[in-house]
Design a protein around this ligand. Structure first.
Ligand code: SF4
Ligand code: SF4
Length: 88
């Protein structure tokens, strides 16, 4: 099957891996890099989803989500930080 880049991104599903709630630093939440957001539940859900800040609303799944897949959160966070050049 041939699929161009836009089609590939459009059909990419968020896997709810939550690495984007752990790996980056998020200034508006006063969250350092590599630390789980205080609003992330143990089962990796956002506890303030309806009222999550703009920065979270604007974060969209993209090809990087495929590149940070891994068996554990630690593994995914490490891959995310390498991909985005974040100092652990
Ligand atoms: S890193 Fe991508 S796939 Fe994982 S929760 Fe965030 S948006 Fe979804
Ligand atoms: S507020 Fe919710 S969506 Fe935003 S980083 Fe925290 S847990 Fe994730």
């Amino acid at each position: 099957m041939n699929m161009d880049r836009k089609e590939a991104v459009d059909c990419l599903k968020c896997s709810d891996c939550a690495v984007c709630c752990v790996a980056p630093d998020i200034a508006s939440l006063n969250k350092p890099a590599g630390v789980p957001c205080e609003h992330l539940s143990a089962d990796l859900r956002c506890r303030i989803y309806e009222n999550r800040p703009e920065v979270c609303r604007n974060y969209l799944k993209d090809e990087s989500c495929l590149l940070v897949q891994g068996p554990t959160m630690e593994n995914r966070v490490s891959q995310y930080q390498v991909l985005f050049g974040i100092d652990p």
